[in-house]
Design a protein around this ligand. Sequence first.
Ligand code: NAD
Length: 483
Amino acid sequence: MADKYTEFVSRGWGRDLAKRLGLPQPVALRRYEPGAPLTPGPVLIIGTGQAADALETALKGWDIEVRRASGEAHDGGDSPSSSISPSTAPTGGARPTTGGRLGAIVLALDGIERPEDLSAPVLTAGKALRSLAPSGRVVTVSRRSSTQDGPALAAARAGVEGILRSLAKELRSGATGNGILLAEGVPADAPSALGALRFLLSGRSAFVDGQFLTVGTAKGGLPADGALPGEVMGASWDRPLAGKVAVVTGAARGIGAAIARTLARDGATVVGVDVPAAGDALAKVVNEVRGTALQLDITKPEAGERILEHALHRHGGLDILVHNAGITRDKLLANMDAAKWDSVIAVNIASQLRINEALLASGRLGEGFRIVSVASTSGIAGNRGQTNYAASKAGVVGMVRSTAARLAATGGTANAVAPGFIETEMTARIPFATREVARRLNSLQQGGQPVDVAEAIAFLASDAAGGISGNVLRVCGQNMVGQ
Ligand code: NAD
């Protein structure tokens, strides 16, 4: 799946040449495969207290070898092992590790009160970085800062975000750094805190880098093989969407087809929606995933009712709606005409608003309904020639934040993923030089694959993400543009 440049600089004289010239040297990322180990080695937890202990219990429950470091004082030594406890045996069967290299470093920073408190745990992590395996992970677990916090507490909590985003830019060999922000009162072992931890440790988050997931509530549940509180019967970590019915718009190709395949792999029954002109391609995708097709232009006024009727009539319910269909009609604003502007707004945001309105007003959705919308980094950072597209995608962000509040009463959630550069037919149309720059301008120095976006959506659609709502998760390899 690697692009040709990545293949060229990965071995032999291509690798030597790239090194000599200081060219980007992207590596093949570790992506999720059912049954594969969750991390490429043991996990080092830095920190003391309840959160660190709870994380250790959870990781051992997932059959991971755990090491601990207090992160309380600078040990002054060169080797991270000087401050790390001997590894503790996993509770379950043995699993492979990569020559003792760490699969991940987890920093439990929920107890910090002043910026000075960051020093010891963060410097301990710094020393351990030399032992991090390729495609390893750094995950911070800390508290979301709020206006209720005193200035020192707010500074310390906000400081974690600066550290993590900078550290993610320093990591190499496919390793990533991401954080979990807990709202006040949400424990570190709340279902969605553990769900987010597992997602971020796994190959499912391969192209998520330098990002934070905010866990706002202790809602949600974990699959029953987690042996942890809040388990959901019938689901498993390899099939977290078992028994769910999911609708995916724009499913005939690109990211939408990957979403349909990924949700089906995770156990969901999938309804693929796309325009009648894409009927053949749509049929191929839904046949492959044993789902059903709904040929529908989502800008039609009756689109919401048609989606609901199809899901209820053919599959007996509707649990997950993924708004993926989208178009671009790029022009500098000085040259923009009404047709280009209006068509992008109509497909990318107005249809989503209308469909959500119809579904929420129907009273026929079950508890815990999930909406996941596809936004774009262009909507966050802005992009030349894309005022119409950015209006629609920033609109998606505004929409999910507002819809999250409306769904809260019934345990539902609304979130967005914002892809950066993803290798699809949409981006294949970008002229070569522009495409090559856009593709490399992120911490992982490569474009993402459609499945990377799909994995993030599958996580946000799962019961494990029930405490995560109103979030915008960038899947962009930490694109250098924007926040
Ligand atoms: P794509 O053009 O390959 O696929 C989009 C699909 O949506 C097509 O199958 C198309 O037929 C369908 N569609 C378009 N209008 C529709 C309508 N009115 N009704 C029903 N279906 C319709 O695009 P993609 O690259 O797979 O992008 C998918 C989503 O991801 C879009 O929302 C896009 O804006 C977003 N995105 C993509 C990238 C990227 O790098 N490819 C980056 C950021 C965001």
